[in-house]
Design a binder for this molecule. Structure first.
Ligand code: GUN
Length: 282
């Protein structure tokens, strides 16, 4: 039997409808729209697409966006100065610095400059630490979307064996922490993991965030598993996931497509975080 599709576009639309209502309520009570500042330094083509989509989504949900495009060769102090100005701006509730930064920037130093209260990406050490401790925080958007997609299947997470492939600060590590908070038994795999297929075949929930086109094949998947493909690999203008979809669909119980799975949910969680920050700070 073919796996059921987990439709990230449909789930996003449902959550965004609620965000639009919440954004309108915020505007009525505070006399201003919730605001998100988006900074894109340099000219990375994939980042340009992501940023354009984020700005469009803000407009559709009644969130005001402020876009900044500093040149990629500007000094880091200028970028940090821009962030500090936005930290102090009462109309800005969230600040997003699109990654990767151009060569020469110190990413941790730049991310540290974002006020933790406005860190809607959840990348600041304070938010990352609070996530690990189980405290309320702004959590990273892609892993938040991953958990929502898993929950949308109606299958319980508690007690399940979850395997996350990838250990990035943006996706793999926080996804593992969030699944642990949902009482899954979590294994994090990476480039030095031995006998990866044996581990992935044990996974009731498999989250793949490696950044390699069709890295996970059908024979690496446990029959009936929930498979979440975080991959966004562009080749000749086409988008490919980290999972070989046709093979995986014959084995998994539920699977996200690429595109139309995790991608729309990342932006939806960004909008949700912006409103959360606005309601707390505004
Ligand atoms: N680059 C890739 N994913 C992300 C993300 O979720 N947020 C930001 N700011 N940059 C990214």
């Amino acid at each position: 039997m073919k796996a059921k599709l987990i439709d990230g576009k449909a789930l996003s639309a449902k959550i965004r409808a609620q965000i639009s209502l919440d954004a309108a309520r915020f505007e009525r009570s505070r006399g201003r729209k919730a605001g998100l500042a988006v900074i894109l330094s340099g000219d990375d083509p994939a980042s340009q697409i992501y940023v354009r989509n984020k700005i469009a989504a803000c407009g559709e949900c009644g969130i005001k966006s402020f876009a900044y495009y500093p040149p990629g060769d500007a000094p880091e102090s200028e970028l940090i100065g821009l962030i500090e100005g936005l930290n102090a701006d009462k109309n800005v509730d969230g600040i997003l610095v699109q990654l990767p930064l151009p060569r020469g920037f110190c990413e941790p130093r730049v991310l540290k400059a974002v006020s933790p209260q406005k860190d809607v990406d959840g990348f600041h050490a304070e938010n990352a630490g609070n996530l690990l401790l189980g405290n309320d925080c702004l959590a990273p958007c892609t892993p938040s979307g991953v958990v929502e997609l898993i929950k949308s299947t109606g299958e319980p997470i508690e007690g399940k064996r979850a395997v996350v492939i990838g250990r990035s600060n943006i996706v793999g590590k926080p996804a593992a922490v969030m699944l642990l908070a949902e009482n899954a038994t979590v294994t994090v795999c990476h480039s030095r993991t031995r006998d990866l297929p044996a581990l992935t075949r044990s996974a009731d929930i498999l989250v793949v965030a490696v950044g390699k086109k069709e890295f996970v094949r059908g024979d690496m998947i446990k029959p009936g598993a929930i498979v979440i493909d975080v991959g966004m690999n562009r080749e000749n203008g086409k988008l490919y996931g980290d999972v070989e979809f046709a093979e995986a669909q014959n084995v998994a119980g539920h699977i996200t497509p690429v595109p139309g799975g995790v991608g729309p949910m990342t932006i939806t969680m960004l909008l949700k975080n912006t409103l959360k920050a606005a309601e707390k700070n505004g």
